[in-house]
Design a protein around this ligand. Structure first.
Ligand code: MTE
Ligand code: MOS
Length: 781
């Protein structure tokens, strides 16, 4: 018997499965879930000090307030007072010492929010204030290393620097970034019978949320079920830190025996959760007259905040992306993460990649300005080669290199050279308005760099009416994972999309999963679902072989070719012998054939030595390029994004609309990090901009006036499901094109004769100071 897959073209223009529910308001988030009148409101009392010893906590008055059902401190935790995801260095509630403003100390459950807040005001905590470390330079000075430094190298950077025709050296500071998911951290905990705890958590990582809840409650994992239908955005901010809210909610539900919900107030969410890591990057580069880099040294210093969280993995990815798209024969990257007294910094789209690549792009831009050649040309001479110069500084070969085809196509479609001339002409004519242009590439490695995490599971159920319920370990956060999974399931089974429903993610359906992160959601879970469907299809085909054979009693062993296509199962030799999929499923039930199967997938052929910093950490690379043009008002620092052209490689797109949406959204989110999103803390470690009126994420005004996003055509990826590629994170780093276009415009103020001071984000203030500096230098000479 031979099973054929349907030949119908794969439909790639399916709307996001939540799209209509989102616009009609029907999507159910944690805060919308209906619970009975027993529901209590959970509240967190946190430290107002960045660093202090706790002398005493008095909760007696709060406990007496009518309508208050629980007031918990560290002493009331029945299990282990820990919520560190990788390293257990993060107490769930502070006991003796607080390490940042926002460090949770007391949990309160009350009938409503007003009562919970009133109770919080009655708690008396006495502190002994300690000196906080609030920035990376102080941390370096005090030596607050979080873990031993890491290193990656190839060749001899020092020796090559010593003999380089030209060298440059400098520092780059990159800023923090607030995730600003629309739905703040939320959890609903509903106690069951005995020790059971049901958790509805807005989490990217349900299995880890389950583990942490079990740990703080002191119960085994099989008593805890975590479910998530969808998140209202996550962007890495719910990869580990959703666990915190879940642990706090579970403790309160456990203590009261009633359902408890916590939905963090926006300002509290911004104050107490971690951000993108700030980096201080030191570099030294050696290059020749064509701009070809021969030697490069980076020292990356990360502000980890007060605990480890994912800082070491993020640092590793920053180091692995210090090359961006360029072959550098002699390269050394040193990475260090430091503790500071700020909320522990965490995953954020790109996961260190953006910081690592910002360092590299700064080096390229400075080389171009030093040699007075167009930075796009310096990039081109340094790109990884196709057949040679194609091994990274950590030993992985850059296979299926799309850099050259992207460069050629985007140069042409964006009319880069012509516009360079036009920008120069504009700048020659205008004194106060200056234009800038930049062309930047992205190469991003796809896989968790902790190799064992590259695994996924699925459970596919077919019901007697021929409808299908797909469970997988990934989580939906707006990126369209569930839509893509439904498309994959329908195509692999040969049935119509409307037969498929993707279930809410649930740890009792698919256990021991990895976070939905590292852009690998579809790659991993799509393959696991395919694996489950392969098993089911084999059973269905066998059943139908038996069924169709019965028609020819004389030839019971006839070889039968069967196709499942458009919901019809057909015997290819006798096309009039066919059965509707739904009818066949009823038959399967009568014939005692199991219609439920699990699937599993682990990415093959990857692995590397973290200690040596050498090997093949990634399954493949994603590539993209962007050209951006900006207009800068040199008197106010105001920036207008005039035009951005993007060409991005997603392999064979599974869903064109979703992929373009991810590219556009990623770019704009990167634009925020690179330009407007400046986070400020005061001298005592208080976050100063903790609401949208002072923290400026991009708005419609910031979207390039002319925004042209294209997906690279005819570039199938042999290494992932249906020849697709991950899309999620890489486009964020295309925003360097706008960032460096701003630098280009600033540089035009001094007729490109002085190197502008620059940092990230390039806020209006940074732009004005940089322009002022150039004008001073002009006046001197
Ligand atoms: N897109 C939306 N709309 N909302 C999100 O929270 N998170 C991003 C990206 N795109 C995010 C998003 C991040 S950080 C990652 S790692 C991926 O989606 C995760 O999903 P995927 O692996 O299924 O692409
Ligand atoms: Mo994304 S930062 O890997 O959750």
């Amino acid at each position: 018997m031979i099973a054929h897959l349907g030949t119908k073209p794969f439909m790639t223009n399916i709307p996001h499965d939540s799209a209509s529910k989102h616009v009609s308001g029907e999507s159910v988030y944690i805060d919308d879930m209906l619970v009975n009148e027993q529901l209590l409101h959970g509240h967190i009392l946190y430290s107002p000090h960045a660093h202090a010893r706790i002398k005493s906590i008095d909760t007696s008055a709060a406990k007496k307030l009518p309508g208050v059902y629980a007031v918990l401190t560290a002493k009331d935790i029945p299990g282990h007072n820990q919520m560190g995801p990788v390293i257990h260095d993060e107490p769930c509630l502070a006991e003796k010492e607080v390490l940042c403003v926002g460090h949770a100390i007391v949990l309160i459950a009350a009938e409503n929010e007003e009562l919970a807040r009133a109770a919080a005001r009655l708690v008396v905590i006495e502190y002994d204030l300690l000196e906080p470390v609030l920035d990376i330079r102080t941390a370096i000075e005090k030596g607050t290393l979080l873990a031993p430094p890491r290193a990656m190298q190839r060749g001899d950077a020092d020796a090559a620097l010593a003999t380089s025709p030209h060298t440059i050296k400098g520092e780059l500071e990159t800023g923090a970034q607030e995730h600003w998911y629309l739905e703040t951290q939320s959890c609903l905990a509903v106690p069951g019978e005995g020790r059971e705890m049901n958790i509805y958590s807005s989490t990217q990582h349900p299995s880890e949320t389950q583990a942490i809840v079990a740990e703080v409650l002191g119960i085994p994992k099989n008593e805890v079920v975590v479910e998530i239908r969808r998140m209202g955005g996550a962007f890495g901010g719910k990869e580990t830190q959703a666990n915190h809210t879940a642990a706090w909610t579970a403790l309160l539900a456990n203590a009261t025996g009633r359902p408890v919900r916590i939905r963090l107030f926006r300002d509290d969410d911004q104050k107490i959760t971690g951000k993108r890591h700030r980096y201080l990057i030191k570099y030294e580069a050696g290059f020749d007259a064509s701009g070809k880099i021969v030697a490069l040294k980076f020292e990356q210093n990360a502000d980890a905040g007060c605990a480890t969280d994912l800082s070491m993995a993020i640092l590793e990815r920053a180091m692995l992306h210090a090359d961006n798209s360029y072959f550098i024969p002699n390269m050394q990257v040193i990475g260090k993460a430091y503790r500071t007294n700020l909320p522990s910094n965490t995953a954020f789209r790109g996961f260190g990649g953006p910081q690592g690549m910002a360092g590299m792009e700064t080096v390229i831009d400075r080389i171009a300005r030093f040699l007075k050649i167009d930075a796009a040309l310096v990039r081109k001479v340094n790109f990884y080669g196709i057949d040679k110069d194609n091994i990274t500084h950590y030993g992985q070969e850059v296979e299926l290199n799309r850099l050259h085809v992207l460069y050629d196509q985007l140069s042409a479609s964006s009319e880069y050279s012509k516009r360079r001339t036009e920008v120069n002409a504009f700048n020659a004519k205008n004194e106060f308005y200056k234009k800038g242009l930049a062309f930047t590439p992205v190469k991003f490695g796809i896989s968790f760099t902790t190799t064992f995490l590259n695994q996924a599971g699925a459970l596919v159920n077919i019901y007697k009416d021929g409808t299908i319920l797909v469970n997988h370990g990934g989580t939906e956060m707006g990126q369209g994972l569930n839509t893509k999974i439904a498309q994959i399931a329908a195509a692999e089974l040969g049935v119509s999309l409307d037969r498929i429903k993707v279930n809410a993610t649930n740890t009792s359906k698919v256990p021991n999963t990895s976070a939905t992160a590292a852009s690998a959601g579809t790659d991993l879970n799509g393959m696991a679902v395919k694996n489950a469907i392969d098993k089911l299809r084999e059973r269905i085909v066998k059943l139908m072989c038996d069924e169709f054979s019965k028609i020819d009693p004389d030839f019971p062993s006839r070889e039968i070719d069967i196709v499942i296509e458009n919901d019809i199962i057909t015997d290819l030799s006798f096309p009039d012998r066919n059965m509707h999929f739904a009818e066949a499923m009823l038959l399967a039930n009568l014939k005692q054939v199991s219609l439920s199967a699990t699937g599993f997938y682990a990415t093959p052929n990857i692995g590397w030595d973290k200690q040596k910093g050498w090997g093949k950490p990634f399954n493949y690379y994603s590539f993209g390029m962007a050209v951006s043009e900006v207009l800068v008002d040199t008197l106010t620092g105001y920036v207008k994004n005039l035009r951005t052209d993007i060409l991005h490689d997603v392999g064979d797109s599974i869903n064109v609309g979703i992929d373009i949406g991810q590219v556009e959204g990623g770019f704009i989110q990167g634009l925020g990090w690179c330009t407007t999103e400046e986070i400020k803390w005061d001298a005592k470690g208080n976050l100063l901009n903790h609401s949208p009126d002072t923290y400026k994420i991009p708005s419609v005004q910031d979207i390039p006036e002319d925004f042209r996003v294209q997906l690279l055509q005819n570039a199938p990826n042999p290494n992932a499901i249906r020849k697709s590629k991950a899309v999620a994170e890489p486009p964020l780093m295309l925003a360097f094109s706008s960032w460096l276009a701003i630098k280009d415009a600033i540089s035009a103020v001094g007729n490109h004769e002085y190197e502008p001071h620059f940092s990230l984000p390039a806020t209006n203030e940074v732009i004005l100071l940089s322009i002022e500096d150039i004008r001073k230098k002009q006046n001197k000479s």
